[in-house]
Design a protein around this ligand. Structure first.
Ligand SMILES: NC(=O)c1ccc[n+]([C@@H]2O[C@H](COP(=O)([O-])OP(=O)(O)OC[C@H]3O[C@@H](n4cnc5c(N)ncnc54)[C@H](OP(=O)(O)O)[C@@H]3O)[C@@H](O)[C@H]2O)c1
Length: 249
């Protein structure tokens, strides 16, 4: 069977672990050349080794605009264009109202919103007409979660940006969609609590999912690859939940 993303050039920000890594793997399996970014060089190198020859790592912090410039300059000089952009770098930690600090707000919005916005904007000159842009949202955007308000609001902003950007990108036929995972077994999710509380968190989150389990990163990756492909040619400005039903009940 022919590969659905043969000859496509893709960028996955935050592609060194978790959802980004699994998505980069699926994109590469489908034939794409995949650039991945992350801040930690060691994790980036390990991810490139895992994905194989289709992968190139570029160390970059998505919240630092000069580092984003370097990512796109590298892709421009090596590949000349970008067909798939998965703006996925992000994360958050927990802080209840009353304790929220400026640092907490600036760090989470700095990556999840400001970094994502400038990732997409700086990619525009390289994006081919008909390219697919995919943003990582979260079910947290539409559910209340104690101590998670700043993260949740940042993901609501991501979903909102996609609605307007679909219009801004109209003339170029670029599709933009949001993938919103429910709880997915990643280092990022596990890192929300100390090691000894991890299993308890995973069990509690699985309870809230109609399918009774956490998602696996590859399940998000398959959806990303679908949205990246021509099979999704009329899906635009949409939000696709990959959450086992968590936010649908
Ligand atoms: N896991 C879940 O349950 C879940 C649910 C809904 C949404 N999400 C979203 O899914 C995305 C991926 O999360 P994950 O669970 O896969 O977490 P993860 O395992 O911690 O992976 C995050 C990836 O992003 C990179 N990253 C983080 N901040 C970055 C920055 N400022 N610049 C560049 N790279 C950065 C990390 O590498 P470095 O740390 O080395 O930079 C890593 O490669 C995030 O946007 C998250 O909010 C996750």
């Amino acid at each position: 069977m022919s590969k659905k993303l043969a000859n496509k050039i893709a960028l996955v920000t935050g592609g060194s672990t978790g959802i980004g890594l699994a998505s980069a793997q699926v994109l590469a399996e489908q034939g794409a050349k995949v650039y991945i970014t992350g801040r930690r060089q060691e994790e980036l190198d390990a991810a490139v080794a895992l994905i194989g020859p289709a992968a190139t790592g570029i160390r970059a912090d998505a919240s630092v605009l000069s580092e984003l410039d370097n990512v796109f300059a590298t892709i421009a000089s090596e590949s000349g264009r970008l067909d798939v952009l998965f703006a996925n770098a992000g994360g958050g930690d927990m802080m209840p109202l009353g304790d929220i600090t400026e640092e907490h707000f600036d760090r989470i919005f700095g990556t999840n919103v400001r970094g994502l916005l400038f990732t997409v904007q700086k990619a525009l000159p390289l994006l081919s007409n008909g390219a697919s842009v995919i943003l990582t949202g979260s079910t947290a955007a539409v559910k209340g979660t104690a101590s998670f308000s700043v993260y949740s609001a940042s993901k609501a902003a991501v979903r909102s940006l996609a609605r307007s950007w679909a219009l801004d990108l109209k003339e170029r036929g670029i599709r933009i969609n949001v993938v919103s995972p429910g709880p997915v077994r990643t280092p990022g999710l596990g890192g929300l609590v100390p090691e000894e509380q991890r299993q308890g968190l995973f069990d509690a989150l699985a309870e809230g999912v109609p399918l009774g389990r956490l998602g696996e990163p590859q399940e998000i990756g398959k959806t990303v690859a679908f949205l990246a492909s021509d099979d999704a040619s009329f899906i635009n400005a949409a939000e696709i939940y990959v959450d086992g039903g968590q936010a649908q009940i």
